[in-house]
Ligand binder design. Structure first.
Ligand code: BJ8
Length: 425
């Protein structure tokens, strides 16, 4: 990692505590990613981004701020980045995926809060993540109860706007979300001093749609029998998508896909023929949470799809680009975002349909239903997920985990037994 100490100090970070994180990340990254064989050459870009994760992109964001631009930090795939970019601002994902930040969150939150929320709050309050220092405004949403209450705590420390997400999908809810998007636009305009015009919004809708298309192209390549890229690498790319510059990310991901297209033509696979194909479904895997992918892919199976917010929920469905007035664009955005099927909605049958559809499209042999500890929403919905999969004859393993490594051995045992059962089917 290059020396960014001065930048971190100027951000008011606890640099000594942060050093402890910097000391372990390269090792973890090397163990999970660099040890893989036959990786595509184009992964070099993503390796570089992660190697300097707290340096390169933060420095770009600070440059943007020096020119008078604003940075908005987000925590959920329902928050429309399009509005932010249309105001010449930058949106960056902020979800915490490391145990390193959890104790900081536990200072103010109940211990039985999900690790994603604890890590996100801890990263801000302990001042150990540059992204959480740089963001001028945080954007929360009314998804789960834990997040709603966490916003109240974070808002004492940083400007924070909460978007009121409906929890049903009737016509009036979609209309309400379109109105909420308009309110968000007003907040962003006021905060940045920049006007969001229909032309600007049309441009940013294209920008983000192009990112979605690149990710979809990448995912489609995983549908091949010969798997051109590992699940670990795709997870990393999905995680980077949340904070990299969208135009550059799109370009680099399309470049990677060109290489993968060639691999498919040449019949190159990163796993031996007959390797069992696993799909993950459930709660998001925020960076640097690589635990499950690493366990599955070092236990003899391959992950070919993630029905997660760090996965298909992030990129499926495009925003209609044909609208030319702001009113129509808010509605087009609302319609696209309300197609995401998060467990905070009731009912949420669309997610079950998605899982069954994806299982077919990616020709999966088995599914692991992943729940982050204390996420009541996904845990409860797991009942329907597992029931539907059993009825469809798709083997499923339900697991609950957190960000610690304390359950890694036990998870490896259970996942290995699951893969062995698939191998013997
Ligand atoms: S759209 S999954 S990003 S809310 S895991 S914090 S739900 S207790 S992250 Fe999420 Fe948006 Fe839904 Fe996706 Fe709460 Fe559950 Fe924790 Fe969660």
């Amino acid at each position: 990692m290059a020396d960014y100490r001065k930048m971190w100090e100027e951000l008011g970070m606890d640099v000594e505590l942060h050093d402890q994180l910097c000391a372990v990340l390269p090792q973890a990254f090397g163990d999970v990613f660099l040890s893989q064989e036959n990786r595509p050459d184009s992964m070099d870009y993503y390796n570089m981004v992660v190697a300097d994760i707290h340096g390169i992109r933060p420095a770009e964001l600070i440059e943007h701020q020096k020119k008078g631009g604003k940075v908005f930090g987000t925590f959920c795939v329902y928050v429309p980045d399009e509005i932010v970019f249309a105001a010449d601002a930058i949106a960056t994902g902020l979800c915490g995926g490391s145990q390193f930040w959890v104790p900081g969150g536990e200072k103010v939150l109940p211990a039985n809060t999900c690790p994603l929320i604890k890590a996100s709050v801890g990263a801000r309050l302990d001042r150990t993540c540059p992204f959480f220092r740089i963001a001028d405004m945080f954007i929360g949403e009314t998804t789960c109860d834990g997040k709603k209450k966490a916003w109240e705590i974070l808002s004492k420390d940083v400007p924070l706007h909460v978007m009121d997400l409906p929890q049903m999908k009737r016509a009036k809810d979609i209309k309400a979300w379109a109105e909420e998007i308009e309110t968000f636009k007003n907040v962003v305009e006021e905060f940045t001093g920049n006007k969001v015009t229909a032309e600007k919004l049309a441009e940013s809708i294209k920008l983000i749609n192009n990112k979605r298309k690149a990710l979809e192209r990448l995912y489609n390549l995983r549908k091949n029998e010969n798997l051109p890229i590992s699940g670990c690498d795709v997870l990393l790319i999905s995680q980077i998508a949340f904070y990299d510059d969208p135009a550059r990310f799109t370009q680099m991901t399309n470049k990677l896909c060109d290489e993968l297209d060639q691999r498919v033509k040449d019949g190159v696979s990163v796993v031996p023929a007959g390797t069992k194909r696993i799909m993950l479904t459930g709660t998001p895997l925020a960076i640097p949470n690589w635990k499950l992918h690493n366990i599955v892919e070092t236990s003899g199976a391959a992950i070919v799809c993630e029905e997660m917010c760090t996965g298909t929920r992030y990129f499926e469905n495009l925003v209609d680009e044909s609208k030319t007035t702001l009113e129509d664009q808010y509605m087009a955005l609302a319609e696209r975002y309300m197609k995401i099927n998060c467990a905070c909605f009731t009912p949420n049958e669309g997610r079950i349909d998605d899982i069954l559809r994806l299982a077919k499209e990616y020709k999966v042999d088995g599914i692991i239903d992943v729940n982050l500890k204390f996420c009541n929403l996904y845990d409860t919905e797991g009942y329907f997920v597992e029931k539907a999969l059993k009825e469809s004859g798709i083997p499923v393993l339900g697991i609950e985990t957190d960000y610690t490594d304390s359950d890694a051995g036990q998870l490896r045992t259970r996942i290995s037994a699951f893969i062995e059962m698939l191998d013997n089917k």
